[in-house]
Design a protein around this ligand. Structure first.
Ligand SMILES: CC(C)(COP(=O)(O)OP(=O)(O)OC[C@H]1O[C@@H](n2cnc3c(N)ncnc32)[C@H](O)[C@@H]1OP(=O)(O)O)[C@@H](O)C(=O)NCCC(=O)NCCS
Length: 181
């Protein structure tokens, strides 16, 4: 199940059906879709409801844990963050997006740090990775700030909107945390 996690400014909580309109509006902007692989553009009506419903099933079988990023101050839903688990390897991929108006205020770095702890401690994962297009330096910056190490750059690794894009892989293993504490 998806717990509620707290940070200084944020509450990370399971998504609810009533979040669908905000998710569609924020994730529906071209800026958000252009550097993600799984967000469609234009964002179809009904897709947010369907996705939110699926997040609870995915968590129940331990495959994916998606959280709404809520600002404590005003209760605004800023974006989403989650871990997609590859069970045989006890590894997960971290993913996140934020509405454009909320970029550049350290929110995803703050949320991602808490999600790393959730993954390593509560889920007992061994490794968490994150992948970004090289044209998305803000995302790579988040990965470095949360302590991940660059593991490689893969040329023309994915196709986005008809263009082959280079991606960077960042990762962290549980032992990295032990070493730094
Ligand atoms: C990537 C994204 C999640 C970052 O969220 P955020 O809350 O703005 O990130 P933070 O504020 O925590 O950190 C961003 C860092 O990137 C830096 N940054 C921003 N634009 C940059 C650029 N063009 N080049 C280099 N660094 C940049 C910021 O300065 C900041 O670092 P700092 O705190 O050391 O100054 C957000 O831009 C987003 O949702 N983008 C669209 C969806 C997406 O790309 N998701 C990730 C897919 S891998």
């Amino acid at each position: 199940m998806i717990p509620v996690l707290e940070t200084e400014r944020l509450r990370l909580r399971p998504l609810e059906p009533s979040d669908a309109d905000v998710v569609q509006t924020l994730a529906g902007s071209k800026e958000v879709a252009s550097t993600t692989l799984s967000i469609p553009h234009p964002y179809p009506d009904g897709a947010a409801e369907a996705w939110i419903g699926s997040t609870h099933q995915s968590a129940a079988i331990g495959e994916h844990y998606a959280f709404a990023i809520m600002r404590k101050d005003d209760g605004a839903l800023l974006g989403c963050i989650g871990l997609g688990v590859t069970k045989p390897h006890n590894r997960a991929e971290l993913g996140y997006w934020l509405g454009v108006q909320y970029w550049g205020q350290g929110y995803v770095t703050e949320a991602a740090r808490r999600i790393l702890t959730f993954g390593f401690t509560e889920l007992s994962l061994n490794k968490i990775v994150a992948i970004a297009m090289t044209k998305n330096p803000a995302s790579a910056s988040v990965m470095r700030k949360i302590g991940m190490k660059h593991e490689g750059t893969f040329h023309q690794h994915i196709m986005k909107w008809g263009v082959y894009e280079d991606v960077v892989y960042y990762g962290m293993v549980k032992a990295d945390i032990v070493e730094t504490t």
